[in-house]
Design a binder for this molecule. Structure first.
Ligand SMILES: Cc1cc2nc3c(=O)[nH]c(=O)nc-3n(C[C@H](O)[C@H](O)[C@H](O)COP(=O)(O)OP(=O)(O)OC[C@H]3O[C@@H](n4cnc5c(N)ncnc54)[C@H](O)[C@@H]3O)c2cc1C
Ligand SMILES: *[C@@H]1O[C@H](CO)[C@@H](O)[C@H](O)[C@H]1NC(C)=O
Length: 415
């Protein structure tokens, strides 16, 4: 171990990306970390999330999986069915498999994962979180350090500044002043109800999407460890683009959300009418689907400012990879930073670091591009009228997605 001071790493945003990044950096011996969060606590949006084996392998490595698993509903497959009388199975999509990928898929409340990550952070030395600190702008960046201002006009400096500040990232503005997230004209409204309310047929597996060409897609997904609760959700086109306040108003308008979930219920199988018969208002969420246009860089020219997670690549929810790809970002980034730090006795650190970070970004972008291709393939297969019943030949091959060897990938970039 060298006795030199460890580089200070500042993370903007204590969301899932920021918290997991701190733990992954810590695991790599980088233990001089401050997270700055604009809110009084981590933002908890959107009920439960689905985690696939690629992300679970990472959560395992940072110590979170064993604590998360008992709080989660495990499953392997997503089902897609028609809204006809027989509720005909149209398609399946693998989301996990202990045999093939080492982990099943998990559905878990976001706040449970946030709690686990906070617990782990509290058990470590060298990670602090400052709340109520809203990053405003970068003031200067040299090969040694980056200095920035907060919204309260206080300033701070660090060796690296990492923007994990979500889809409306303020750190991204430093790299790409003109880029704005784009509304995809799709929204989802979700709620949670007791599973018993639906009176599901006995062999009816979830998560299931019931497709209806007129009223969009209705999703049913068991959650809580014992599956005693289901997420219900409807996804459909919505052409009006609102601003932040407009979306917040719509979310506050619980009756609008309930009506949205109920609309066309009689055109779906009866279990949908059961599902929407009684909707508790406190578990309703609204998710307008925004994407971040493809960026040519996630790393500043000097190499001290980096963005990752939703800040770098918010993607449509089709393949369910939003959060999962954020975990891949943070884990590989921390691996690369750790390897660079361990070699830092060598000459030309700054140049070397910027070459390796560029490789990381290119590699990550290629992976995100592949997810976008997968999204497009899934959308195409599920177009109304495309009644192809699942068959073996047709099945998606997903080893590339769930079985990636992250340690090898990191080693290749650092080599
Ligand atoms: C309703 C809803 C449901 C969703 N459901 C799913 C799902 O089921 N599966 C899935 O994969 N994805 C889902 N997503 C997308 C998912 O939430 C994101 O992919 C994920 O949260 C990205 O994590 P992140 O940490 O990068 O960003 P965020 O979770 O957005 O976290 C960013 C953090 O940075 C903080 N911050 C922002 N600006 C600043 C600033 N200037 N200074 C300091 N701090 C700042 C924020 O307060 C926040 O805590 C959903 C999104 C929504 C809105
Ligand atoms: C963390 O970084 C700060 C700022 O560079 C430095 O003063 C401090 O010594 C570092 N702490 C450790 C434990 O290395």
């Amino acid at each position: 171990m060298s006795s030199a001071a460890l580089p200070k790493i500042a993370i903007v945003g204590a969301g899932l990306s920021g918290l997991a990044l701190a733990l992954a950096l810590h695991r790599n011996g980088l233990t001089n970390i401050t997270i700055y969060e604009s809110r009084p606590a981590t933002l908890d949006i959107g009920g439960a999330i689905m985690l696939s084996p690629n992300a679970l392998k990472i959560l395992d490595a940072i110590g979170a999986y064993s604590r998360l698993q008992p709080r989660s509903y495990a499953f392997d497959t997503l089902y897609f069915r028609k809204s006809d009388e027989a509720i005909t199975l149209v398609d399946t999509f693998e989301f996990g498999s202990a045999e093939k990928y080492g982990y099943p898929a998990l559905r878990v409340y976001r706040h449970e994962l946030i709690d686990v990550l906070h617990e782990l952070i509290r058990e470590k030395d060298g990670i602090s979180i400052e709340y109520g600190k809203k990053f405003s702008r970068v003031l200067s960046e040299t090969k040694e350090q980056v200095t920035w201002a907060f919204a309260d006009e206080s300033q701070a400096s660090a060796s690296f500044l990492i923007g994990a500040d979500g889809i409306h990232s303020q750190v991204r503005k430093y790299l790409h002043p003109d880029i704005e997230p784009r509304f995809t004209k799709g929204i989802g409204v979700t709620a949670a109800v007791p599973t018993a309310q639906l009176q599901l047929p006995s062999d009816f597996d979830t998560p299931v999407t019931l497709m209806n060409s007129k009223y969009g897609a209705f999703v049913i997904a068991k959650q809580l460890r014992d599956g005693s609760e289901v997420l219900i959700g409807k996804q459909r086109r919505f052409t009006e683009d609102l601003n932040k306040e407009g979306w917040a108003d719509m979310l506050r308008n619980k009756q609008w959300c309930i009506d949205f979930l109920r609309e066309g219920a009689s055109e779906f199988p009866p279990l949908v009418a059961n599902a929407v018969s009684n909707i508790p208002e406190n578990k309703i969420n609204l998710w307008p689907f925004y994407v971040v246009p493809k960026l040519d860089s996630w790393v500043s020219a000097v190499g001290k400012v980096v963005i990752l997670g939703d800040a770098a690549h918010a993607i449509p929810p089709t393949a369910g990879q939003g959060v999962n790809q954020a975990f891949e970002d943070i884990y590989t980034f921390a691996g690369v930073m750790g390897a660079l730090q361990r070699r830092s006795a060598a000459q030309d650190d700054a140049d070397r670091s910027s070459i390796v970070l560029k490789r990381w970004q290119t590699g990550r972008q290629q992976r995100v591009d592949k997810i976008l291709e997968l999204n497009a393939m899934i959308d195409k297969r599920r177009l109304p009228g495309q009644d192809s019943i699942t068959n073996e030949k047709d099945e998606f091959q997903l080893g590339w997605l769930y079985n990636l060897d992250f340690e090898q990938t990191i080693a290749d970039w650092v080599a």
